[in-house]
Design a binder for this molecule. Structure first.
Ligand code: SGN
Ligand code: CA
Length: 511
């Protein structure tokens, strides 16, 4: 089923002497730079073979380290995902099951606290999204709530300030400033650099507006999915065609007030630019006014409108990623320049995956591949290079960081350290199945509650609450998950249900 690797390595992963002319090897705990974005799909990272864009700086982490080709989350939504990461436990154990009813209990055990107790300097910069104040950090400077793209408000160790500029640049500035001027250089550090980007509503940095306008953006093959045999999928509200708002999401707030949408978000759409300063608004309008004019000239409908919305969505999203990539480059350059690169584990991940029009969708939540997966690249100095194909999950990061720091991994942590994989080992008893549980329903986007199991070849999902539906996919023959082949009489169903029951027992999930 799954492994619990022996927890015996308590010696920090040592690096070679970081001084230039020393003769002795120095044992010093590795620093950790944990970069996380919000809703960044693996489909838009060139290291994962993106057919849309290039992300050379993000790719660099994987090229100089490893690319996890089977990386997953435990609950595909922001707050819950962050709680799984910080505790190394599934949602039912850390108590943060969904974004709407939960507040993170900051008195519980987390990896930053354990690192801090072991002498690490810990910092949390950018999107936090766990409602309660961060605990376990020497320094924290977080975006309020979901954070704004333009002139965002930060809470700097308890004090709220608004900072002029674009969120991804500012978050990076604060992180580099902490590394350069604020941390105690005598101690190892763990820096969580967590971006708001590329979360909805995908607002680009002004300097990047329009950079994908001439690029052809192919539609996913299953864009016009009819959801046959998949009841939960047919009842979601995350369709680009039906649920993506032209004014709010696609920024067509025309001055003449002639464009309207039916999603109820028009009011927000018309006021969301209130945050822009006059100069910013001028640059914004110079770009979007032309798009508004083109839209009015064409007035696409039906299938044409669906395609038009998809293109606009993708173009904005890709611009936002371009800025993320540029800022990842800035941090990597800083690590090189300061010499920290030699002694720092660099991690790039998203809080979950995202739909880029597959099944006709945006957003996440489902246990289907695009949102269950999340990109994961790690560069460990002296560590392995290339691909890691073992199935890993976001509950594994906490034990990885603890083992790297030489901190004993508490027994109640449910994830498994990835350090052996990073060092080039291939443990024979690695897990062969993954557990997933999503709880946020009824709620925005109407994705029903479900839990399930994924093995290398199959995925079995149970949708429950107001329905009772099982789905089975053969990922080898149907990687896009279009054919639900669930049939109670199939022997594979029996064995997967048995395995799922064991997983629920193992993780102690009674929900
Ligand atoms: C907001 C978004 C949703 C999104 C959730 C969760 N609406 O509510 O589209 O699914 O966040 O996203 S918005 O109009 O406010 O942008 S999460 O990544 O934070 O979990
Ligand atoms: Ca998210």
């Amino acid at each position: 089923m799954l492994n619990k690797l022996p927890i015996k390595i308590l010696i920090p992963f040592a690096t070679a002497c970081i001084l230039t002319n020393c003769t002795k090897k120095e044992t010093r705990p590795m620093n950790i730079l944990f970069i996380m974005t919000d809703d960044h799909s693996y489909q838009t990272i060139s290291a994962y073979g993106s057919r849309y864009n290039k992300t050379p700086n993000i790719d660099r982490i994987g090229n100089e380290g490893v690319r996890f080709t089977n990386s997953f989350v435990a609950n595909s939504i922001s707050g819950p995902s962050r709680a799984c990461i910080i505790t190394g436990k599934h949602s039912h154990k850390n108590g943060y099951m969904d974004n709407i009813n939960c507040t993170f209990d900051g008195s519980q055990q987390t990896f930053p606290k354990l690192l801090q107790q072991a002498g690490y300097q810990t910092a949390m910069i950018g999107k936090w999204h766990l409602i309660s104040e961060p605990t376990g950090f020497d320094y924290w400077n977080i975006l309020t709530g979901q954070g704004d793209y333009y002139n965002p408000r930060f809470i700097d160790n308890g004090v709220e300030k608004q900072i002029e500029g674009y969120a991804t640049n500012i978050t990076t500035d604060i992180a580099i400033d902490w590394l350069e001027n604020k941390r105690d250089t005598e101690k190892p550090f763990c820096l969580m650099l967590h971006h708001k980007a590329p979360h909805r509503t995908w607002m680009p940095d002004l300097q990047d507006l329009g950079m994908y306008d001439t690029v052809q953006i192919p539609l996913p093959e299953n864009f016009f999915d009819k959801y046959e045999g998949r009841l939960a999928a047919s009842e979601q509200e995350m369709s680009i065609f039906k649920d993506m708002d032209i004014v709010y999401d696609l920024k067509l707030a025309d001055k003449e007030n002639e464009i309207h949408t039916t999603t109820g978000l028009e009011g927000y759409g018309r006021s969301m630019y209130g945050n822009l300063l006059p100069e910013q608004k001028k640059a914004w309008d110079a770009y979007y006014d032309k798009i508004i004019a083109d839209y009015k000239a064409e007035m696409p409908e039906g299938e044409e409108l669906a395609k038009w919305k998809f293109e606009r969505y993708m173009r904005d999203y890709l611009c936002v990623i371009h800025s993320v990539d540029r800022n990842v480059g800035r941090v990597l350059d800083y690590l090189d320049k300061s010499g920290l690169a030699e002694n720092t584990l660099v991690v790039y991940v998203s809080d979950q995956g995202f739909y880029m029009g597959e099944h006709g969708w945006f957003d996440k939540r489902f246990m289907y591949e695009e949102s269950f997966r999340t990109p994961l690249l790690m560069r460990l100095p002296g560590g392995r290079h290339g691909d890691v194909s073992q199935m890993v999950q976001n509950i594994d990061y906490a034990p990885t960081f603890l083992e790297l720091a030489g901190v004993d991994i508490p027994d109640d942590i449910q994830g498994v350290s990835l350090l052996p994989l990073l060092k080039g080992e291939n443990p024979a008893d690695w897990r062969t199945s993954l557990y997933y549980h999503y709880y946020e329903y009824p709620a925005e986007h109407a994705v029903k509650r479900h839990y399930g199991i994924r093995t290398e070849r199959y995925k079995l999902i149970h949708f429950y609450n107001d329905i009772d539906e099982w789905e089975l996919y053969d990922l080898q023959n149907d990687p896009a998950e279009m054919n639900n082949i669930y049939d109670e009489n199939l022997p594979i169903v029996d064995s997967l249900k048995n395995e799922l029951r064991k997983l629920r027992e193992f993780y102690d999930d009674k929900n």
